[in-house]
Design a protein around this ligand. Structure first.
Ligand code: GAP
Length: 516
């Protein structure tokens, strides 16, 4: 199965099993806007809890807030979003499709890198154990030439974006002979800027109504509350403020399902530190956030860091954490060292002092900030892509069956435990209900009595339920049930009185948090 086929399957799985639906589907949908279904919302809430607890419980110096989506319009002037929250766009004149110019160039560079990887694989096969990859990369003329081409384009793109030189960005596209994936032609318009913020009006009379924006990031809600939290919480540097909430961007190239949406959710944390200590904290948060991702257990090789080519004018370091999605390694989280840009700018625009008095140094200053900013929806997609598995099972008698399962970490699974009476009679449903009523206070359980046990198992494999218990005739006699494990499909017989303890150990958030 190709990665493209896998991605298509994943999208239809999300719909079929109540994870994600197209928004307003009965009206043919709204582009790049999605709704989460009955299983999706549970998974999403569990991811939020995993992040929230990792931030605000495991770090004594991080507290949370929940700020409003609407903010004073001046916030967005101060933050730079009114003037500079732009994407460089280019249109293909034949297909009339619009693209992000920098993305077109990055994709071209990825294609060139793939050529190098192909050469390496070929040479590896040819030379076997004696193959020296580092030497090959340095000496093979074709590889060296391709790498030089990539580096040159990389540098030209960084410089042109840095200098806002859009004519040069177009020239790079022409020089690389990049064609529109739809029309196949190289007939491009000039590159232009496009502001990504959604506007609306606040006020009842249109004349005096103010233009306000739907926030394009949650971070500014944290910055404008910095002093409120620092004073009322008597917080001492270094300390952090965390927030989860919706953000909105009028994305032009909205592709790849829930990877790039126009309405999405962010989980952001701003960590306030002494000026001069920010790069140390930057390294600290880079590593710590990577551990959080890897603790979900999808394989360490699925993650990598990506250093930003173009640093925002206020940042002095920025890395992304990328996940290996079916469409390649892409950003899930950004870790940015934002200096004192935001607080200083809000201080200037609002006229209110946003300083910290440092008792140790006896000095007043504006703190520096290290930000961790992760997309909730991208994390959701990461979990599904990492968990989606197709398996062949050889049954007794040699017949081969197939199952689709989601190997979601148990603490994040939408349903933790499915409860099945073997048959719909002989007091088994009543006993099953009794067990379910006892456990549902602590764990999200689902009761099912329709269809064969095998089909019920398959349905729960497909939504990632880590445990299914079956109540049979023996249960009535000796108060034991079978518990079936999703990943191994092994079954064991346990006393009903042990179920809570087993589940607690296996599915609690505590267990996942301990592995970070
Ligand atoms: N406060 C910093 C900030 O917003 P960003 O890199 O623009 O930085 C942070 O966004 C994260 O938000 C990204 O790493 C990504 O996971 C998520 N994100 C950004 N735009 C998104 C979109 N259109 N759809 C879904 N997630 C998005």
């Amino acid at each position: 199965m190709t990665q493209e086929e896998l991605f298509k399957k994943l999208i239809s799985h999300c719909k079929e099993y109540g994870f994600v639906f197209q928004s307003s589907e009965i009206y043919d949908g709204l582009s790049a806007v999605y709704d989460y279904g009955q299983n999706g919302v549970e998974l999403k809430n569990n991811i939020k809890q995993y992040w929230w607890d990792a931030m605000t419980r495991l770090n004594e110096n991080i507290v949370g807030i929940d700020s409003a989506i609407f903010m004073h319009p001046q916030v967005w002037s101060a933050s730079g979003h009114v003037g500079a929250f732009n994407d460089p766009l280019i249109d293909n004149k034949d297909s009339k499709k619009r693209y992000r110019a920098d993305v077109l160039i990055e994709e071209w560079m990825e294609k060139q890198s793939a050529k190098i990887t192909k050469e390496v694989t070929k040479a590896q096969k040819r030379f076997g154990d004696s193959f020296d990859e580092a030497m090959f990369l340095q000496t093979n003329p074709r590889v060296v030439k391709t790498q030089e081409k990539i580096d040159a384009i990389h540098n030209r793109m960084a410089t042109s974006l840095e200098n806002n030189d859009l004519a040069e960005v177009k020239k790079i596209i022409e020089d690389c002979e990049i064609a529109c994936p739809i029309s196949g032609t190289r007939s491009w318009t000039d590159v232009r800027h496009f502001n990504l913020m959604f506007e609306t009006k606040m006020g009842s009379v249109s004349d005096d109504a103010n233009t306000i924006y739907l926030r394009p990031e949650t971070a500014q809600g944290i910055f404008v509350n910095y002093l409120n939290v620092q004073k009322t919480g008597r917080m001492k540097l270094p300390f952090g403020i965390a927030q989860i909430g919706k953000a909105f961007r009028n994305e032009i190239v909205a592709r790849q399902f829930i990877f790039r949406m126009r309405e999405f959710e962010q989980m952001e944390m701003q960590f306030f530190v002494r000026p001069g200590e920010e790069l140390e904290w930057f390294e600290f948060w880079k590593e710590k956030r990577m551990r959080w991702h890897k603790a979900m257990g999808f394989g360490d090789d699925k993650y990598r860091f990506h250093e930003h080519i173009k640093l925002a004018h206020y940042a002095n370091a920025a890395f992304d954490i990328e996940f290996d999605f079916p469409f390649g390694f892409k950003e899930v989280e950004g870790i940015h060292s934002r200096t004192d840009f935001d607080l200083a700018s809000h201080q200037k625009h609002s006229g209110k002092k946003l300083q910290y008095f440092d008792l140790e140094t006896n000095k007043n200053y504006i703190p520096y900030v290290v930000e961790t900013s992760i997309g909730l929806d991208r994390t959701f997609l990461q979990v599904l892509a990492g968990a989606y598995t197709e398996e062949k099972i050889t049954k007794d008698g040699g017949k081969v069956d197939e199952r689709v399962l989601l190997r979601i970490p148990p603490a994040l699974a939408p349903i933790k435990l499915a409860v099945f009476p073997l048959v719909k009679k002989d007091g088994l449903p009543e006993k099953a209900r009794q067990i379910m009523d006892d456990l549902k206070i602590d764990f999200k359980c689902q009761y099912e009595e329709k269809d064969s046990i095998g089909r019920r198992y398959r349905r729960h494999d497909a939504i990632g339920t880590p445990f299914c218990i079956t109540i049979d005739h023996q249960t009535i006699e000796d108060n034991t049930v079978t518990i079936r494990h999703r990943d191994s499909m092994e079954q064991e017989r346990v006393d009903v009185s042990r179920l809570r303890e087993i589940m607690e150990e296996e599915v609690s958030m505590k267990t996942l948090l301990k592995t970070i």
